[in-house]
Design a protein around this ligand. Sequence first.
Ligand SMILES: Cc1cc2nc3c(=O)[nH]c(=O)nc-3n(C[C@H](O)[C@H](O)[C@H](O)COP(=O)(O)O)c2cc1C
Length: 156
Amino acid sequence: MSVRILVGTTTGNTQYVAEEALFNLEQQGVKAAILQMDELDATVFEADALYLICMSTYGYGDVPANSKKLYESLVKDRPDLSAVRYGLISLGDTSHAQTYCFGGRRFDQILTKLGATRIGDVLTHDASSGVMPEEAAAAWVGPWFEQAKTLGVVSA
Ligand SMILES: Cc1cc2nc3c(=O)[nH]c(=O)nc-3n(C[C@H](O)[C@H](O)[C@H](O)COP(=O)(O)O)c2cc1C
């Protein structure tokens, strides 16, 4: 099974995160691909794949502009995503205390509502932390994929 890495970004940090995740997965021999959310609608979830959602937050707790169409199509069309398994990396900044990482949280909520199952804990990244988001992603992605294997979502 391949991994589809979906990217919602405004200024590119999340793209670096996705590229780091792709590199790490490929190092483990996993087939993976990065897809930009602005080129997608809800049918992207029809593939036999494990999904890695990489999202930042913009405005006042909004999803980035390039992921609005996908997010709104999920909310409006309400497809059955009960076969979907996903992981989530959510970027934000604690200086936005009221809406910290809400972009990823919005995706997590709608995917769960539509029946999808999240694998592992959400990796949240705080832009004020001093840690590079791609470093945090590099440390997180291997154990996340191992969890998917343990749960039988992907073959060992
Ligand atoms: C105008 C603006 C609004 C933002 N609003 C939020 C927010 O509401 N909540 C949050 O946690 N982070 C917020 N952020 C922080 C970004 O999500 C964070 O810097 C992230 O690393 C950006 O990733 P990107 O370059 O992939 O878009 C905001 C950043 C900017 C520039």
